[in-house]
Design a protein around this ligand. Structure first.
Ligand SMILES: [Fe+2]
Length: 243
């Protein structure tokens, strides 16, 4: 069994297409949230996720775009550095696409190759790591996962930080973050790679991946948009400053 684990796509259709093409032999695909915001192609990303029927949880940026679309008045008057891309993405989406984002579940549970999985976007309120077993178990019991079973491994999948990691809290308890398909976070400025990051799990073995992909379409479209300087800076994390 081969699982493909992706997260934090952020409206980056070229990265998503490249990863799905590279891992076309995956038996199942799961996404840990943030389909949209901070990138130029929210419609295309949502369409591909729906077309491939990829289970996905709700990320904080999915919530932001839904909130902007449904409560525009509350966003009026805020400076661009507090909007970033939310208005561009919300304005690009049709009402059924906003409803799709609003309907994403907070958690998804599944089992594969003797391991139980619980997937959610956030591991913490901010960007803190899950360091303690009680934190882990609180997340686990927050969904509909089976009770922790000493004969099986409990694996928590989280996104949000955009930093790939596998972290063992016990021999049968771990959390993993597939990294961002789209971009590295500002908190990790020493890593300016533009590659897509994701993970696969092959017969239970977790594997890290990085994939270079063509960003021409994203660069050309982003450069054609009218964006505030702070919004452009966000876009440059995906497309680089050389285009
Ligand atoms: Fe994200």
């Amino acid at each position: 069994m081969k699982l493909l684990l992706i997260s934090d796509i952020h409206s980056n259709i070229e990265a998503l297409e490249a990863v799905l093409a590279a891992e076309s032999d995956a038996d199942a695909i799961y996404c840990a949230g943030d389909l949209v915001d901070y990138g130029p192609f929210p419609r295309e990303v949502i369409a591909l996720i729906r077309d491939r029927n990829i289970p996905c949880v709700r990320g904080n940026h999915d919530v932001r775009v839904v909130d902007f679309a449904r409560n525009r008045g509350e966003w009026e008057g805020l400076p661009p550095e507090q909007h970033h891309w939310v208005h561009q993405n919300a304005n690009a989406l049709a009402s059924d696409e906003i409803s799709f984002l609003a309907g994403l579940p907070e958690s998804i549970e599944f089992s594969s190759d003797g391991h139980d999985y619980h997937m959610r976007h956030h591991g913490a309120e901010g960007y803190e790591l899950i360091q303690l077993l009680p934190q882990f178990e609180a997340h686990w019991s927050g969904g509909s996962s089976p009770d922790l079973d000493p004969g099986r491994t409990a694996r928590l999948i989280v996104g949000h930080t955009h930093i790939q990691a596998v972290h063992y809290l016990a021999s049968d308890r771990l959390w993993l973050n597939p990294g961002s398909v789209s971009y590295r976070p500002t908190r990790q400025d020493m890593d300016m790679s533009r590659d897509a990051e994701y993970m696969t799990v092959v017969d239970g073995e977790i594997r890290f991946h990085r994939l270079a992909y063509d960003r021409t379409r994203t660069r050309m479209y982003t450069n054609s948009l009218t964006l505030a300087p702070s919004e452009k800076q966000v876009g440059y994390r995906i497309i680089g400053t050389d285009g």
